[in-house]
Structure formats: structure tokens, C-alpha cells
Design a protein around this ligand. Structure first.
Ligand code: SF4
Length: 295
């Protein structure tokens, strides 16, 4: 690992990654062993690796899989659901499955087709629905913290996009933990936020975790992928650039930079009249309006 000036054998690498995760959980005050945790799993390497690590560290962690109904190419949704179920049964742990088509009558691509939010891709509708379902399930099932498998490459790409367009409200909110400081919002944490994507790929490979290699068929052309490629070019020339970019940002934030930039549009303060989820305007949230409009 050039970025850390460190070379480890298999056994020490696996121990190092688990130990570092515990260190980050502690450093950013993410959660404790008393908390009930819900891990959002997609069937991809990061979320399944996160679930594996939490179980090894002795946390009470269940999984949540959201079936999007995206069957293009390799039957993306069916295959990722199968991998999550296999993981849960192998580790003898609980997996909650929410199938969007069964729950709301139509799959993500179908809902997106009817929505004026979607242009040529279902991603904005998909993001809206996933955020709603994750928050709703975690809240209604009385979990203390919702966890996602975002790694350093994800966080650095988001940071790069928000910096490129100077979005102070989003910069204000980006942090390894999002507090439950608004009505209807569940606490969220990203314990893998300081690990490179390559490190997570190595972890899942060495641990023998089966995961879906393919990206969602709608992911190609996403801005975040372009930003990741750009950051990888920087990283290749100067190992450690991505980590430094992210850590320097966290340090600047902890020092008070962006403290004045809370965006009232993002810092929603209303509870949706139908589902209780947070929304920036009084009345129903965007999710309830979308689902009702389409039916
Ligand atoms: Fe949803 Fe796929 Fe778009 Fe990701 S790339 S937001 S999973 S449709």
C-alpha cells in the first residue's frame, strides 16, 4: 500500500483493516456495542465487507437489501439479492429485504419512466427511493444507526464534485457520521470512509466474500465515475493524494471551516405528513408525492 508506505501479508492485512475500522468507529464516535445497527447492503464488495467486519468486531448488525428491479444485463438485482441472502445465511444473521416493485407496485426503472425527475437514467428516482426506504426501515424497526459501505474513493469523489461547484451546504454536511438532528432522521455512519476502494477489494478477495463485480447497468457515464478516474490519475502520480484530500477536508471542517454554511434547504426541518420522513417543505415529502403521482 504505497499510500501508507506499508506492505502486509494476508493475515496481517486482514487484521489491520478490521483494527483500523474499529479505530475509525471510535475516533468519529460512530456507535457502540450497545447500539442496534442496520447495514445497507447492495451485494457489492464494500457493503458486504462492512457487514463482515462489524460481525467480527462483535457488533449487533443486521442487513437491509433493497430490490430495485433492475434486471438489465446480468439480472443485476436478482443476482445481488441472491448474494446478500447467501451472505446472511452463511453468517447466520438477519437480512431485511424490501422489494420496491412488490412494495410500491412498480420497479425503479418503471417508476423512473413516469417521473419527470428522470431524464435518460433512473438514478435520481433511485436515489430518492433508496434514501427514503433506508431511513424509513431503520426508523420503523428501531435501529439506532444506519450504516453504508462508502469508501474513500466514494467520499473523495463527492468532495471533489462539491468543491468543483462550491456547494457549501453539502460541504457542511459531509462527515463520517450524520447525526439524527432532524425530525424523522436516523443517525448514519460510514465506517469505511478512510479505506481505498482497492483495499476493500483486497479485503473481500482475501476473505473469500462472494460479491457482484458488475456495476449497475445505469452507472456508466455517471459524474462520480469520471471524478474517480480523475482522482485515480492524481493518485497514480502522487500516492496518498486522495487520502490527503479527504483528511485535510475533515481537519478543516473540524477547525470550523464551513460552520457558517448550513443550508436550510438541505437541513430539512419538517416531517412528511404521510410517512414522517424529513422534508424541506411542509406537506408530503418528494418520495410520497412520487409514489402517489405514479399510481
Ligand atoms: Fe440506482 Fe443504478 Fe443509478 Fe445507482 S447507478 S442510482 S443503483 S439506477
Amino acid at each position: 500500500m504505497r499510500q501508507h508506505k506499508l506492505a502486509l501479508c494476508k493475515g496481517h492485512f486482514l487484521d489491520w483493516l478490521v483494527g483500523q475500522t474499529q479505530r475509525f468507529i471510535h475516533k468519529y464516535h460512530m456507535f457502540s456495542h450497545e447500539d442496534n445497527l442496520l447495514v445497507s447492503v447492495s451485494g457489492g464488495k464494500d457493503s458486504l465487507a462492512l457487514w463482515d467486519i462489524l460481525i467480527r468486531l462483535g457488533y449487533k448488525a443486521d442487513g437491509l437489501y433493497i430490490g430495485l428491479g433492475i434486471e438489465e444485463g446480468i439480472n443485476y438485482s436478482s443476482y445481488s439479492e441472491q448474494l446478500c441472502k447467501e451472505f446472511a445465511s452463511k453468517y447466520n444473521t438477519r437480512l431485511i429485504v424490501v422489494n420496491i416493485a412488490e412494495q410500491y407496485g412498480e420497479s425503479i426503472p418503471q417508476l423512473a419512466l413516469k417521473s419527470n425527475r428522470a431524464k435518460d437514467k433512473p438514478c435520481s428516482v433511485c436515489g430518492l427511493i433508496k434514501r427514503h426506504v433506508m431511513n424509513f426501515v431503520a426508523r420503523e424497526s428501531h435501529y439506532d444507526v444506519l450504516l453504508t459501505g462508502h469508501n474513500l474513493d466514494d467520499e473523495a469523489a463527492v468532495l471533489f464534485g462539491n468543491t468543483l461547484y462550491w456547494k457549501p451546504g453539502y460541504l457542511h454536511r459531509q462527515w463520517p457520521v450524520l447525526e439524527a438532528n432532524r425530525p424523522g432522521v436516523i443517525r448514519k455512519a460510514k465506517p469505511l470512509c478512510r479505506f481505498y476502494e482497492k483495499e476493500m477489494a483486497a479485503y473481500t478477495f482475501l476473505r473469500g466474500i462472494k460479491y457482484i463485480y458488475e456495476e449497475c447497468p445505469f452507472a456508466s457515464g455517471a459524474k462520480s465515475i469520471y471524478y474517480k478516474g480523475f482522482l485515480n490519475t492524481l493518485e497514480a502520480n502522487q500516492p496518498g493524494t486522495k487520502l490527503q484530500f479527504y483528511l485535510s477536508f475533515l481537519q478543516a471542517k473540524a477547525g470550523g471551516l464551513f460552520a457558517e454554511n448550513a443550508d436550510p434547504e438541505i437541513e430539512a426541518i419538517h416531517a412528511c405528513l404521510s410517512c414522517g420522513s424529513p422534508t424541506s417543505a411542509p406537506g408530503e415529502c418528494a418520495f410520497c408525492r412520487l409514489v402517489k403521482t405514479d399510481h
